[in-house]
Design a protein around this ligand. Structure first.
Ligand code: FES
Length: 133
């Protein structure tokens, strides 16, 4: 297997995240839109002191439209053709036209100062042949 040279970027502090309120960031480059979310409950792939912080590429895997977060349903939704993705189930596609789950942004938590680092992408970002351009 090839290990791609992903950047290790500080994207947020644990203390600044509010439960159920995603924060946007760009990774692995400025053209790739992502969101980090503190779910408030321990979830698959969750990091941080409560194991509840996850991050995803939030360009729809169907045709690349930007996803928006629905606080009531606790899902990412696409306004273009209504795909729905579950951040508490590792970005699983739960409904709609998309056939791929959301690419996960792998995170590391520095417990010393509470910084969350994006360190890799698992899954292919929409429209790319390779995550690193
Ligand atoms: Fe999102 Fe089609 S672009 S469902």
């Amino acid at each position: 297997a090839t290990t791609l040279p992903y950047p290790r970027n500080g994207i947020a502090k644990v203390a600044e995240l509010k439960v159920n309120e995603p924060k946007g960031f760009n990774y692995p480059d400025e053209d790739s839109f992502c969101q980090v979310l503190k779910t408030g409950r321990q979830v698959p792939g969750g990091v941080g002191p409560d194991g509840d912080i996850v991050a995803f590429s939030t360009q729809c895997t169907h045709m690349g439209c930007p996803l928006s977060y629905d606080k009531n349903a606790r899902t990412f939704k696409c306004g273009c053709h209504f795909s729905i993705f579950d951040p508490e189930m590792a970005g699983q596609m739960v409904d709609g036209q998309a056939t791929e789950n959301l690419p996960r942004i792998l995170l590391e938590h520095d417990a010393a100062d509470g910084t969350l680092y994006a360190v890799a992408v698992e899954g292919l970002i929409y429209g790319r042949q390779c995550n690193l351009l």
